[in-house]
Write a protein that binds this ligand. Structure first.
Ligand SMILES: *[C@@H]1O[C@H](CO)[C@@H](O)[C@H](O)[C@H]1NC(C)=O
Ligand SMILES: *[C@@H]1O[C@H](CO)[C@@H](O)[C@H](O)[C@H]1NC(C)=O
Ligand SMILES: *[C@@H]1O[C@H](CO)[C@@H](O)[C@H](O)[C@H]1NC(C)=O
Ligand SMILES: *[C@@H]1O[C@H](CO)[C@@H](O)[C@H](O)[C@H]1NC(C)=O
Length: 156
């Protein structure tokens, strides 16, 4: 019982310590998750949709299902949403932005058959990588901080 309490206290201290590191601004990505301004993001995303719409108007609507015709516009649109989400300090991708993008897909690609355009979720490996990278970065930063503080202990 007491041993459990001891480990819980250790865990609590560790969490406090990690939070302390974050508020010091050592892990920008993690901070972004915490202060995501969803209303700001939802306000800005339609701008990306508008410019995508403008660009798609240049493409013959009969070719809207041909990915090679508009892949550069789509990449532009994708980058734009990512930029706006990051500006609003939101993690990318996130469910709200995903919902917006799905709406855009419906607007332009609802008549395409799945053989022509594949909009399935990225394979699991990619999702796992996207999730793991920030986590690994955080641990790498913590390790560096610990290592540096140990080194300065030795040097001082
Ligand atoms: C979020 O963005 C809106 C503008 O859309 C702004 O008025 C508001 O102050 C922001 N909130 C925070 C917490 O930064
Ligand atoms: C899609 O567009 C590309 C480039 O214009 C063209 O080469 C290709 O044949 C088109 N594919 C289909 C299925 O229409
Ligand atoms: C990408 O979008 C921006 C506006 O968001 C536009 O100025 C630029 O020309 C676009 N680039 C391409 C390659 O379409
Ligand atoms: C899809 O087809 C319907 C009916 O043919 C049409 O009204 C609608 O404008 C089409 N949508 C797109 C995005 O092409």
């Amino acid at each position: 019982m007491e041993i459990h309490a001891f480990w819980l206290a250790q865990l609590f201290l560790f969490v406090l310590w990690v939070n302390g590191l974050m508020t010091l601004g050592l892990t920008g990505a993690q901070q972004q998750v915490m202060v995501c301004n969803e209303s700001l993001m939802l306000e800005k995303l339609p701008t990306c949709g508008k410019s995508f719409e403008e660009m798609m108007k240049k493409v013959d609507s009969k070719k809207w299902c041909n990915l090679t015709e508009f892949i550069t516009y789509y990449a532009n649109f994708s980058l734009c949403t990512e930029r706006e989400a990051t500006n609003a300090r939101c993690f990318w991708p996130n469910p709200l932005a995903q919902g917006f993008i799905t709406g855009i897909h419906k607007q332009f690609f609802s008549n395409c058959t799945s053989e022509e355009v594949h909009w399935e979720d990225p394979p699991d490996e990619i999702l796992v990588t996207l999730i793991l990278i920030p986590v690994l970065l955080m641990f790498a930063m913590i390790t560096i901080v610990v290592w540096c503080s140990k080194r300065s202990d030795i040097l001082v």
